[in-house]
Design a protein around this ligand. Sequence first.
Ligand code: PLP
Length: 349
Amino acid sequence: MNFASDNVYGVHPKILASLSEANAATSPSYGGDSFTARAEERLKEVFGCDLRAFLVTTGTAANGLSLSAITPGYGAIICNAEAHISVDECNSPEMFTGGAKIMGLQGTGGKITPAQVEKTLKGFIRGEHDPKPKGVSLTNATELGTVYSPAEVTAFSRLIRPRGMKLHMDGARFANAVAGLGVTPAELTWKAGVDVLSFGATKNGAMMLEAVIFFDLSLAEDFAYRRMRSGQLISKSRYLGAQMLAYLEGGLWLENARRANALAQKLAAGLTRTGTVRIPNPVEANEVFAVMPRSLYDRLLASGAMFYDWMPDSLGGAIGDHEIFTRFVLSFATPEDEVERFVQLVAAG
Ligand SMILES: Cc1ncc(COP(=O)(O)O)c(C=O)c1O
């Protein structure tokens, strides 16, 4: 029973088969291969617009590189205080951007609001003594398993676009957000004013693959140099293109996400039924966050179940001394009976 993360599971067989196919012949390198070119064309179809897509190997690189295209080192990017770019990437965004300030705002359920951003912007009154606000980064699905709707995303772009700021979306779990909301990829991105998206695939069935997708094509200018300089233009690029082709083919990316999300709903409902576990945030994607007695937590870990405890700060102190905040992540490959067995284990306590 492994609910530690969605990346503890392996690669979807269709993606492995695509890698195997790409392995069969020689191919041009450094992005000049047909797999990469076709992947970009497929992404245009999936998002229903013109775009530029650059394939990279990690979400951390996708985020740092995306942000480097929207802010210089003297800029600031506003996000949630628990955003991956703020607390989980070892200052990689600061490095890629040459020193931009990543400003995390406290928010509930992993989100921030346009009102918070507006208030924060009012504090930039000292000219060059402050960093220059250059962008907002929203994680969708969020680090706490909630989602921003297209209307919510639009509210951010309406606020910041007139101020010359850009909107980035960390979509490490973008597929789960789209599947959870039942909207189109276009509605959740460029139609809502997103300028650049870190489009995740690794957590949802790929081996190592994310795409930096520019909807604002002007931001893509010179991006090839940024990617090369960061060591993210890989020579055997066909293996990234092949992963993306299989990921998108026949809607595999959404099929995988729907399955993971459905398992999260099943787990949340089962845990709630036991009456011993509290789920403070809505479960809107493939993650379940639960508050449980420490005694139960110890017993579950002793039984071999794997999951993480999580920073209780995001609950705003609403946690007792003998309680612990925990995270469960469901994947496209999580066996359904493991969810059932886990709920039984909790119920038995
Ligand atoms: C929301 C979010 N963004 C970015 C990343 C970074 O991805 P990677 O581990 O591939 O660098 C993660 C990984 O956990 C994540 O959860």
